[in-house]
Design a protein around this ligand. Sequence first.
Ligand code: EPZ
Length: 406
Amino acid sequence: MASFIVEGNNLLRGTIEVSGSKNAALSALAAGILFKTFPEYFRVPDIEDIRRMRELIDVFLEHKTINTEIAKRFRASILLAGPILARLGAVSFPHPGGCLIGARPIDVFLEGWRMMGAYISEDKDGYHLEISKQTSLRGIDYTFRVKSVTGTESLMMTAVLAHGITTLHNSACEPEIKSLADFLNANGAVVCGAGTPDIVVKGNGGALLDFHKPFVSPPDRIETGSLAILGSLAADELRITQCNPAELEAPLQALNNAGASIEVGDNWIIVKKSDCFFPVDIETREYPGFPTDLQAPFMVFLTQAGGTSIVRENIFEGRMTHVPSLNAMGARISLKGNHRAVIEGKTPLVGCAMESPDIRAGLAFIIAASIANGTSRIGNAYQIDRGYVALDKRLSEIGMHIFRAD
Ligand code: EPZ
């Protein structure tokens, strides 16, 4: 299994361009199933999860099925179920796989599809959904029990081919949902309100979309935030380009409150390291709150703040698995149940051997290793490759001593 080796305490400097958004591209690729001819895509990041999604789509276009072995490798594979149900009137998919960050149920997806007319059965292999011949896929008025990003994307995509109007209340408001709706609308769909809690879709009764305008992935906001955290800790000066700071108000505010040196333009951010930071408390929330995907990287940052900081993870119940490894590096983080961590800073970190439990914790470990004394080995590099393009090459170009080892 590949690992990343990082030699710590090297000053970073230079310019790094942010890749296309993994999560925006994943839902837009799944939406391709709704088209007569598969659409074109640009600025899609060449990462493992995208390669898996393209493999699943190729198998579907050929065999009209979802390859279970591939689908189990990442949670986002569930994004194919709604479009396939809408297109074919039936779909089978495995229990979704993905990160170890929590149970990640799919009750809101199933409840919405059931209301739209799907008969749902479940067995050890997964789920089978079928629209009965007597009825058809119909528009619904639905309120999400909990804000779900892929749940909102899935029901929105399914509704595009349904008969009648669908209204979705308490929808997630992440930018990826608006970029998906803009792509669908540019190709003949009628989706209003994406990016707000109330979305209205005028279904077209089953007519597949004609391709007019390609999908161009927006910059990855989570990669942008992670690079801003890295630069605040380790860069003489780091210029982050091709990004959209407007989507990062909460994390940039948290960095500012901690005393980080940050300059923000319309599509760039310049960060410079400081040697002392104020402690800050953060709570992860649905967009536009502090994103859960930046919680682990920001916790690394807080180990370097002088004082006591509190991190509360409100989105997932299993997203503190990075704490033991950070403590092994010399951090002083105490867990209070599954949702709260108290960080006592400032603590020097020492290089360690660690395993990436998920995409975002993996990058957090690389950030920690870059400011640690000595060398670190971060195993399970596949988890990091799932979410970031050529990370070792790009970070080496700004001065990090990082290389891949098998
Ligand atoms: C999306 O996951 C992202 N993935 C995640 O990023 C991100 O962490 C998450 O949204 C929250 O922002 C993609 O977009 C591919 P949710 P998703 O459904 O949609 C509960 C990364 O590293 N819930 O918004 O799976 C759920 O358990 C990944 O890029 C239900 O209870 O997350 C969680 O507590 C990690 N029932 C909360 O909602 C459901 O039916 C939010 O989950 C669905 C969700």
